[in-house]
Design a protein around this ligand. Structure first.
Ligand code: SDX
Length: 393
């Protein structure tokens, strides 16, 4: 037992590591960052406060917050050479392929001066990654639409700065809408960390060899891209568009139940949550707020998503399999309402999860007992002795 939590021995035998960053109770649908419930953080904190908490273990006081925000803000620009990496990509390259490439390229600017055994170097790497991800995500978007890159501004908050870099042009400055910026900040909080999910495990495993943290985060981005993981928000919105209308829900659910169809209810189900993902509830509320602010309360996709959720939660097939909405079910709708293109949804997820990845990486690297990860296997192949001559094969 670890303090107030007791794990069954069976669980501990499969646990990948000890961690004090994030706790999930999949049966109760609970999520805690450093012991605080996600519902509290999403309402009472902003994203950079949450970043400070995940990295340092405590929420910042006013002075600590000012120093942290100022430090992150002053690292939001990327090296001028970075713009030339983008030119190698096709304009229609998926933003996640661009992010894997450009975040990995960041390593080339810091590798020689970075000693991962130095806590200060690890702290600066964390700040650089948190600060530069919005800039790179926005650059990937600008490159895809053929608009010039927009430099970050030091007078804007983290999320407002991202919206500025996404939607300002040399001809017109983005007008900050506080409700929309607050919604984006909440989306980032909800995606910031999630225990030992596939991409975090990828970052930990690659980091355990002593690889450069920028390269490890690039590996995490590659893993997150998959539709079974972070790519589900893009897939969930495309699924809603394919269903099209409430009267087609029955037909779609029939397809999902037919195992041969290979059709999944995207944004539903989870490896750990066998109850409602607490982030999905908060995402649905954020959806309501943003759509109301924009006068889109009757957004057909939102109505369709809520109708589909109601049908699934009353259907034995999903109930018996403990399939509930996860963080990805509503996030696409609210991101669309913010003007973010579908192809960039997983990039936003990566932007948010960077703090979780780097906090988990740091926790691992600073453990003096830490060794390189080396999962084993159950060998089920043949064992043979003599290699047959060519004419005997
Ligand atoms: C994220 O790990 C994390 O923490 C990830 C994440 C994070 O913050 O990092 O939370 C983010 O990745 C959320 C998940 C996003 N992915 C999706 O929404 C894609 C759709 N979901 C599924 O692909 C699926 O639910 C998984 C991959 C998430 C989980 O798959 P599992 O482990 O197979 O789920 P399960 O064991 O609970 O499945 C039980 C049954 C199976 O059917 P039977 O063999 O019992 O007949 O439910 C079925 C599954 O086939 N099932 C689904 C389903 N999810 C599971 N059937 C239809 N639609 C689905 N979405």
């Amino acid at each position: 037992s670890t303090g107030s939590f007791t794990y069954d021995p069976g669980f501990m035998s499969t646990a990948a590591c000890n961690s004090s960053i994030t706790y999930i109770d999949g049966d109760k649908g609970e999520l805690l960052y450093r012991g605080f419930p996600i519902e509290q953080l999403a309402v009472n904190c902003d994203f950079l406060e949450t970043c400070y908490l995940l990295l340092n273990g405590e929420l910042p006081n006013a002075k600590q917050k000012n120093v942290f925000v100022d430090t992150v803000t002053k690292h939001t620009m990327v090296h001028e050479q970075m713009q030339f990496f983008f030119r190698g990509f096709r304009r229609d390259a998926h933003p996640m392929s661009v992010l894997v490439g450009t975040v990995g390229a960041l390593a080339s600017f810091y590798h020689d001066s970075l000693d991962i055994n130095d806590p200060h170097h690890r702290e600066v790497s964390a700040i650089r990654l948190i600060a530069k991800m919005p800039t790179l995500v926005a650059m990937a978007y600008k490159y895809s639409v053929g608009q010039p890159f927009v430099y970050p501004r030091n007078d804007l908050s983290y999320s407002a700065n991202f919206m500025h870099m996404m939607f300002s042009t040399p001809c017109e400055e983005y007008k900050v809408n506080d409700v929309l910026v607050r919604a984006l900040d909440r989306i980032l909080i909800l995606h910031a960390d999630h225990e030992q999910n596939a991409s975090t495990s990828t970052v930990r495993l690659s980091g355990s060899s002593g690889a450069n943290p920028f390269a490890c985060i690039a590996a995490g981005i590659a893993c997150l891209w998959g539709p079974a993981h972070g790519g589900a928000n893009e897939a969930a919105l495309n699924m809603l568009k394919e269903i099209g209308s409430v009267d087609k829900i029955g037909e779609f659910v029939k397809q999902v139940k037919d195992k041969n169809s290979g059709v999944k209810l995207m944004g539903f189900g989870h490896r750990v949550y066998k109850n409602y993902d607490p982030r999905a509830k908060l995402m649905r509320e954020t959806c309501h707020e943003v759509l109301a602010e924009l006068g889109l309360e009757n957004d057909p996709l939102f109505k369709l998503a809520m109708a589909l959720e109601k049908v699934a939660l009353e259907d034995e097939y999903f109930v018996s399999r403990k399939l509930y909405p996860n963080v990805d079910f509503y996030s696409g709708i609210v991101q669309s309402a913010l003007g973010i293109p579908v192809s960039l949804f997983t990039g936003i997820f990566a932007m948010a999860r960077t703090v979780g990845w780097i906090a988990q990486w740091n926790e691992m690297i600073s453990d003096p007992e830490q060794k390189i990860g080396r999962p084993r296997q159950l060998y089920v192949g043949a064992t043979r002795r003599d290699v047959p001559a060519m004419d005997k094969r």
